[in-house]
Ligand binder design. Structure first.
Ligand SMILES: O=C(O)CCC(=O)C(=O)O
Ligand SMILES: [Fe+2]
Length: 421
């Protein structure tokens, strides 16, 4: 591959092996998708003691970018950077520990996140703000607002979007439409539009001590309602907060692609198309602590470890769009292609992220059941029988949206671990 002039310069500067120059070159290579070389250069800078390179090297090891994934090596590099004083390394250790696999899910998660908050690391500010935003206590709501404001002030567009919604609706504050409008104008200058309207009708506060960060709260048992025994379908209201629904929309919006399968012969949509929505599959490398905490709550409500989850998928249906009757388990032949060791899709959890004006229910025809979309409401169902055999009765559909737009987040949970941490 021929280098562009900028890369050529960076290579020249890195010739003497100075760690910051190696780090800059490696970062430029990542942007150009030259991952294997970036991995080696980040490692050289990491070995020379540069904390940022240690973190980037660790992140490549976490997600298997330019190398084979190795969570325990990633942890070792992050611990080294943390020991040298990097609160950002601590933030990534907290992110890993939330999975409870490569690190224990213990009180260090909260300590590490608070250190990253004090260092004003925007993803930590945002994650902690969202956690406090679930608490009913007025001071906790004020803390949520403060941290969102701080993160927004540091240029975090997601925090700014969440803040604008809260200011507009008077969530955690008195309504301040002027402040919301000003924030939206600033976002618009950067090409960021407003979020769809999400009002969680019933606020379901977590049962926790005010003033304290307790990320383990995401694992608190939730009140499941049995809707059908065969097929096995449960629902839970208020599983996600309005902030969390908005976060999922904000994280996926720019990544939406038409779910329509295109016929390779003529480029036309296939006639037997199952889905007419748009969807975004969230690559784990884009996950931050807030997104991971949301997924952890979803997996925990479904009674399956987060490590068994495939990538989170967010779907958007416009009027007339639907997901025709289908079953989520994979036909045995197709399992071979995507992590056969993780088994089949044991269970599914879908969470509705906004209010739909009409239509868009999830229908289970065998049970004669329709679940109406409400923001924060989850529907959980089994795709397999207890012995692992596919359950044909798990047939379900996303009925056509009649008015408004429907946003939905889905986690397909496998029988065995799918993720590394
Ligand atoms: O849109 C719905 O209600 C159903 C979605 C669904 O079936 C899925 O994500 O697997
Ligand atoms: Fe489905």
């Amino acid at each position: 591959m021929i280098d562009d002039p900028a890369l050529f310069d960076l290579r020249h500067q890195a010739r003497d092996g100075s760690p910051p120059a190696l780090y800059r070159l490696a970062s430029a290579l990542v942007l150009r998708h030259q991952m294997a070389e970036a991995f080696v250069l980040h490692r050289r800078a990491a070995e020379a003691g540069l904390a940022n390179a240690q973190i980037e090297h660790a992140r490549m090891l976490m997600y298997g970018v330019g190398c084979d994934a190795d969570a325990s090596q990633a942890v070792a590099w992050l611990l080294r950077a943390e020991l040298a004083g990097s609160p950002i390394a601590g933030y990534f250790l907290a992110l890993i520990a939330l999975g409870g696999q490569a690190l224990p899910r213990d009180g260090r998660i909260n300590e590490r996140l608070m250190l990253a908050v004090r260092a004003e690391y925007p993803p930590a500010l945002r994650a902690v703000a969202m956690h406090f935003g679930r608490k009913a206590d007025r001071d906790d709501q004020a803390r949520c607002m403060q941290w969102l404001e701080r993160a927004a002030g540091l240029g975090d567009a997601v925090a700014a979007r969440l803040l604008a919604e809260r200011l507009q609706r008077g969530e955690g504050c008195r309504p301040r439409p002027d402040a919301a409008a000003q924030l939206r104008r600033q976002l618009a200058q950067h090409g960021v539009g407003p979020l769809p309207s999400v009002a969680v009708p019933e606020f379901v506060p977590i049962n926790a001590q005010p003033g304290q960060l307790q990320m383990e709260d995401v694992l608190q048992p939730v009140d499941l309602t049995l809707q059908s025994a065969r097929p096995h379908v449960l629902t839970v209201d208020g599983l996600l907060s309005a902030d969390e629904c908005r976060l999922l929309i904000a994280a996926s919006e720019s990544r939406l692609q038409s779910s329509r399968t295109i016929d390779p012969n003529d480029g036309l949509p296939l006639a037997m198309d199952l889905r007419t929505s748009s969807d975004a599959s969230l690559d784990p490398i884009l996950e931050d602590v807030a997104l991971r905490a949301v997924q952890l709550r979803m997996a925990s409500a479904a009674g399956v470890p987060l490590s068994h989850a495939e990538h989170l998928t967010v779907l958007r249906y416009e009027p007339g769009q639907e997901y025709r009757p289908h079953r989520d388990y994979r036909p045995p032949g197709s399992l071979e292609r995507d992590r056969p060791d993780a088994g089949n899709r044991l269970r599914t959890i879908c969470v509705y992220l906004n209010e739909v004006q009409a239509g868009g229910e999830t229908e289970f025809p065998v049970a004669g059941l329709r679940v109406a979309p409400r923001p924060g409401r989850a529907v959980i169902f089994d795709n397999l029988h207890a012995d692992g055999a596919p359950d044909v009765d798990s047939l379900h559909a996303g009925l056509p949206v009649q008015r408004g737009v429907k946003w939905l987040a889905t986690l397909w949970l496998r029988q065995a671990p799918y993720r590394n941490f």
